[in-house]
Design a protein around this ligand. Structure first.
Ligand code: MEV
Length: 313
């Protein structure tokens, strides 16, 4: 039996603009993970089981764009596998689906890692390979993903990321001081593909306005990286709040997200913003040890379904 896992992710700065080549910053959410277990199948064939997704099917029965089957097909292509061994692939995930925390990328990365181990394909086990194969699956589900989600779940480190040809810029970087982030769930699920598609339509309708908004996000991400590296918490917080304002102008926020962001600010957070595609999902608030409890309570009172603390160093 083989088991492998991958973390969720949080976009700290630059969502959406990253699709258009501007820099962005993402960090792993290591306490929420997707896990894949592979074991021999006493019966013949490949069986896919994902209790959280309500799925149990053989590989042949699965629709071609099924996320589990898509991951398996990627390995098949990458390693030229003609015949699968009889095996059961079981996937479970603590990462809420459609909530901006990278559940899809994490599930794919966990399956890829487990398969590469089970089939003894060490050359596929590098972070770079896992990220590249996860990206291929992300493309099926999200249309035009920037590549930041697969990168951060595969590398499991804070990354400064720029989408570019022929190769993305991926710079893992150090966090200068402990960052204490509350992650609050609006309880509203949201499809990354739909939100990204809507931003694209708006960009096509008014390219100069949207290029300017993307550039502002990019500038915020550059400044944020410096602030994170030198451990300047007030500056990081202010940049988060500014990034949220730009995302509001892009119309990717929502009443629920704005309510949580405002509640966090009023309760003393250093900064707050939506995280991920928007229209629902999660927001993040930068807090200190002193403000954490008050901000958590304010978020719950303002309607957050769950609030979890994650720290980065
Ligand atoms: C989704 O986690 C982040 C977006 O920027 C989309 C992407 O980068 O592919 C909204």
């Amino acid at each position: 039996m083989v088991e492998a896992s991958a973390p969720g992710k949080i976009i700290l700065f630059g969502e959406h603009a990253v699709v258009y080549g501007r820099p962005a910053i993402a960090v792993p959410l290591s306490q929420l993970r997707a896990t894949a277990v592979i074991q021999p199948n006493p019966q013949s064939g490949v069986q896919l089981i994902a209790p959280d997704l309500g799925m149990s099917a053989s590989l042949q029965e699965a629709v071609p764009d099924d996320p589990l089957a898509a991951a398996i097909h990627q390995i098949q292509r990458a390693a030229n596998i003609a015949q699968w061994p009889d095996m059961i692939v079981t996937v479970s995930s603590q990462i809420p689906i459609a909530s901006g925390l990278g559940s899809g990328a994490a599930i794919t990365a966990a399956i890829l890692r487990a398969l590469a181990q089970y089939l003894d394909l060490p050359y596929l086990l590098t972070d770079e390979q896992i990220s590249a194969l996860t990206y291929e699956v992300e493309k099926i589900h999200h249309g035009t993903p920037s590549g930041i989600d697969n990168t951060v779940v595969a590398y499991e480190r804070p990354v400064y990321f720029v989408r570019r040809q022929p190769q993305n810029l991926i710079e893992p970087f150090a966090v200068g001081t402990l960052l204490r982030l509350l992650v609050a769930d609006t309880g509203v699920s949201s499809s990354t593909k739909l939100v990204v598609g809507d931003v694209r339509r708006q960009w096509e309708a008014d390219p100069s306005q949207f290029e300017a908004l993307f550039s502002t996000c990019g500038e915020i991400a550059v400044a944020a990286r410096q602030a994170i590296e030198r451990g300047d918490l007030p500056e990081i917080g202010q940049l988060m709040t500014r990034n949220h304002q730009v995302l509001q102008t892009m119309t990717v926020s929502s009443l629920e997200l704005d309510r949580l962001v405002q509640a966090a600010q009023q309760a003393g957070a250093l900064g707050a913003k939506l995280s991920g595609a928007g229209w629902g999902g999660n927001m993040i608030a930068l807090v200190t040890m002193e403000t954490e409890t008050a901000v958590r309570q304010a978020l719950l009172q303002a309607g957050a379904r769950h609030v979890l603390l994650t720290t980065l160093i």
